[in-house]
Design a protein around this ligand. Structure first.
Ligand SMILES: Nc1ncnc2c1ncn2[C@@H]1O[C@H](COP(=O)(O)OP(=O)(O)O)[C@@H](O)[C@H]1O
Ligand SMILES: [Mg+2]
Length: 290
């Protein structure tokens, strides 16, 4: 057994634990969608940003890392179709490729989750490579028998700063933070930023914050506008110009197992997610050019 304390992230130099990737196949951009608060729009953003990116020509994989499996359900993946899940991948018993299944949206795939994932921390918490399970799994995603050629991987994180979220941060190029336009929006953000900093120092030196997306915005609500002003002041240009409005079509779509872009392409929610995808790709281009 390992003599390491389970939650100390600082001990193992990351170079020693990261597996070599296979061959010259281009690797995807990995964005972790994280916020330890529940109900802020992480899963909704994973599904609909994923769909929007796929609609504009990207090859997208959503990795569902929440044991609740809302991203999987919201994309219409039935429980019995989840034969190989992200639990198997994180536990190290299956390669990520085996968990990947197509969705009804062209170019959009998902690695689904099951409730088993909630026991993961107990099982692998003592292993030396516990924080690099996802990173190592992603190294072998593209190419192979299936010939996957993903350009984006969106990781839907659970509402917690636990080992699963740390795996996502250790594997990601960048973090995307959904913030709900409500009174306590900024509460908890500094803790999230601290965790990102910690992961950057110890596990993933190249990690950055891609951006903050304001969700469930209601222009008629003064509080919403105040929150927007506060967040923009605190996070500056990291906040995307695009805000996701509160929109009933967005909340209805998952019960039909569809992204809102498929459920109602013309609604304001769909338009907003398409604009967000464009903005994210623009930001990616700027990052590459710099
Ligand atoms: N822009 C929006 N307008 C209306 N409802 C939304 C919007 N974004 C998310 N929701 C609803 O809010 C709830 C929480 O969203 P969800 O994406 O599941 O959050 P998280 O993954 O952060 O827990 C869900 O019921 C979802 O349908
Ligand atoms: Mg969620």
């Amino acid at each position: 057994m390992s003599d390491l304390p389970p939650n100390d992230l600082q001990i193992i130099p990351f170079e020693k634990l990261v597996a070599k990737t296979n061959g010259p196949v281009a690797s995807p951009r990995v964005l972790a969608i994280a916020n330890q608060k529940g109900g802020v729009g992480k899963t909704t953003t994973a599904i609909n940003l994923g769909t929007a990116l796929a609609a504009i020509g990207e090859q997208v994989l959503i990795v569902d890392l929440d044991p609740q499996g809302n991203a999987s359900t919201g994309l219409g993946i039935e429980r019995r179709a989840r034969r190989t899940s992200t639990y198997d991948v994180m536990a190290g018993t299956a390669p990520l490729r085996d968990a990947v299944i197509p969705t009804s949206v062209p170019h959009l795939f998902i690695a689904p989750s099951t409730l088993d994932l909630s026991g993961l921390e107990l099982e692998i918490g003592q292993q030396r490579d516990r924080a690099f399970r996802l990173r190592n799994a992603l190294g072998n995603l593209n190419g192979g028998e299936q010939g996957f050629n993903f350009t984006y991987v969106l990781v839907d994180c659970p509402p917690s700063l636990n080992l699963i979220t740390v795996n996502a941060m250790a594997a990601a190029h960048s973090i995307l933070v959904p913030l709900q336009c409500e009174f306590f929006a900024l509460e908890g953000l500094s803790q999230l930023l601290k965790t990102v900093d910690e992961v950057k120092k110890t596990l993933n030196p190249n990690l950055s914050i891609h951006g903050v997306v304001l969700t469930m915005y209601d222009s008629r609500n003064n509080l919403s506008n105040q929150v927007v002003a506060d967040v923009r002041q605190f996070m500056g240009p990291k906040v995307y110009d695009t805000m996701i409005p509160r929109n009933v079509r967005i909340s209805e779509a998952p019960s039909y197992g569809k992204p809102v872009l498929v459920y109602d392409l013309k609604c304001v929610g769909s338009e907003a997610y398409l604009r967000l995808a464009t903005e994210i790709i623009q930001r990616e281009r700027e990052l590459k050019a710099s």
